[in-house]
Design a protein around this ligand. Structure first.
Ligand code: ADP
Ligand code: G6P
Length: 476
């Protein structure tokens, strides 16, 4: 990579923030920026600094050449079929993902998965080393790339390196089960700042550096084995509140919401769930609670209907296949027992949607259910709140989502306790409008002050990069 393309700000994430658009008949693909919160947050800095985003473009085999989109340079990293199986579906999503989420499903491990994880992490580190200008700032994202900070530091000691973990970081007892746990800790300690979603996660990490490496963490700082100070702290991520509000306020979305409500038979209460079809999200527990409430008559169709969007995800991994079977069986059972002709009790949608369609769903949801067994943050909960322009509606939120620390006025619940889940759901359905407004107003105010740019600015300032943080001054 020549110096002319070297960037002073580099983001490294497993996925590039783009969707590939293939038009039949035309030669070559085009790309569209994907609507994720992370790219929204980092876009101002990437633009101001002529930054580069390194990531996988999806698919297997050779990657496209680097290209520019909306003022960002995108540098695609290839994954072959074996790496998809072993690095992505294997060590990232069948070992780390369940283990870091309280082992709600049994983590699996194979030594060849680890080899592949190391190999792919090395490829990302080498690409970052090639793309970064002297003394550049490199920000590595998430559990798929935990070895990159140390690998990159070995290649390029001049860089400032940040790492942010979007998912939970487990307590000692669980982390200790992880094969190659020392390599993971040392990988993360290659960063100057390691960011987490919650203070508890940062504490778990610091405690482990003492227990496993004999280091001496003090407050938020630990001196790594090479004598460098590493800061470990919480920086809870958020959404682009203004843009979510703007979409929810558009005529297109308002009209679509009216249409959707009518299509659902204009029920008194619509209960909504929007999740990736993932076993951490507590979808089964939520459906079971709904079924029991229909069964004992506390809720009834057609007054109340549920809409469950379950976004397809990681579909070749066995735990995900099994979950799909269970969820679909449960939906079928509920509809068989309680649906009417033309009025199912649960509208189940295993599809992806545009931001506008999701916003319309948020607008018609009288009660939103976000009940993960464990979740690093949960942006859906925040998107729902930001979309409630009239301040009505009730959010049922698991205590085990990172979002619970930010959205304190939600109807919070322990989703492992089925009776609690049922009574909180009923309380939310029956909550008076003035109570809904009091809660929603407070949560919306919080999200205006704590949006995703606030998050990025906080992290970059901790990384000692105030010059990048100023990219937001003109942007806001
Ligand atoms: P996770 O990162 O575990 O999937 P989050 O709730 O933090 O969970 O983030 C999910 C993101 O994906 C949200 O921004 C949400 O709007 C989006 N999303 C969820 N379901 C769909 C869907 N069916 N179609 C399009 N976007 C979706
Ligand atoms: C979570 C993870 C992200 C991941 C996303 C979608 O939000 O924290 O790193 O990109 O899920 O999962 P996928 O496996 O499709 O990238």
């Amino acid at each position: 990579m020549s110096d002319s393309t070297a960037s002073s700000f580099v983001v490294v994430a497993n996925r590039l923030p783009v969707d590939r658009i293939t038009t039949p008949g035309s030669d070559g693909d085009t790309w569209r920026r994907s609507p994720g919160g992370l790219v929204t947050a980092l876009h101002p800095v990437l633009q101001a600094e002529a930054g580069t985003w390194i990531g996988w473009a999806g698919g297997e085999g050779p990657a496209p050449s680097p290209f520019t989109l909306d003022g960002m340079r995108l540098s695609p990293v290839p994954l072959d079929a074996d790496e998809l199986r072993n690095y992505y579906e294997g060590f990232s999503n069948a070992t780390l993902w369940p283990l870091y989420h309280d082992a709600v499903e049994q983590p699996a491990f194979h030594r060849h998965w680890w080899k592949s994880y190391e190999q792919v992490n090395a490829r990302f580190a080498e690409r970052a080393a090639a793309e970064a200008a002297p003394n550049a700032l490199v920000w590595v994202q998430d559990y798929q790339l935990q070895l990159v900070p140390a690998m990159l530091r070995r290649l390029r000691p001049d860089l400032r390196i940040g790492f942010f973990l979007h998912i939970p970081f487990p307590p000692t007892e669980l982390f200790m089960q992880l094969p190659r746990r020392l390599d993971i800790l040392r990988g993360l300690l290659g960063a100057d700042v390691v960011g987490f979603q919650s203070p508890g996660a940062a504490q778990n990490f610091l405690r482990l550096t003492r227990q496993l490496l004999g280091l001496k963490p003090r407050a938020h700082i630990v001196e790594a084995e090479d004598g460098r100070p590493v800061r470990a702290e919480s920086y809870p991520i958020s959404i682009d509140t203004a843009s979510v509000e703007q979409i929810a306020a558009s005529d297109v979305v308002a009209n679509r919401a009216k249409e959707l409500r009518a299509e659902l038979g204009d029920p008194k209460t619509i209960i909504l769930g929007v999740d990736r079809l993932d076993y951490t999200k507590g979808i089964e527990q939520r459906l079971k609670a709904f079924r029991e409430l229909l069964s004992n008559g506390e809720l009834s169709v057609p007054d109340t209907v549920m809409v469950q969007v379950a976004t397809p995800s990681r579909e070749r991994i066995e735990h995900y296949r099994a979950l799909r079977r269970t969820v679909e069986r449960e939906v079928g059972r509920i509809n068989g027992d309680f649906g009417r002709v033309g009025i199912p009790a649960v509208h189940y949608l295993h599809q992806s949607y545009s931001r506008e369609e999701l916003a319309a769903l948020y607008l018609i949801a009288d009660v939103m259910t976000v009940t993960p067994l464990r979740d690093g943050m949960n942006l859906v909960a925040k998107e729902y709140v930001a979309s409630r322009l009239n301040n009505d509606g009730a959010l049922v939120l698991s205590e085990f989502a990172g979002a619970a620390a930010d959205l304190k006025q939600a109807f919070q619940v322990n989703p492992h306790d089925l009776d609690a889940l049922k009574s909180v759901l009923v309380a939310a359905v029956r909550s008076p409008l003035d109570e809904q407004r009091r809660r929603m107003r407070a949560m919306r105010r919080y999200l205006r002050g704590h949006d995703v740019k606030h998050w990025a600015r906080g992290f970059l300032t901790a990384l000692g990069a105030p010059e990048t943080a100023t990219a937001y001054d003109s942007d806001n």
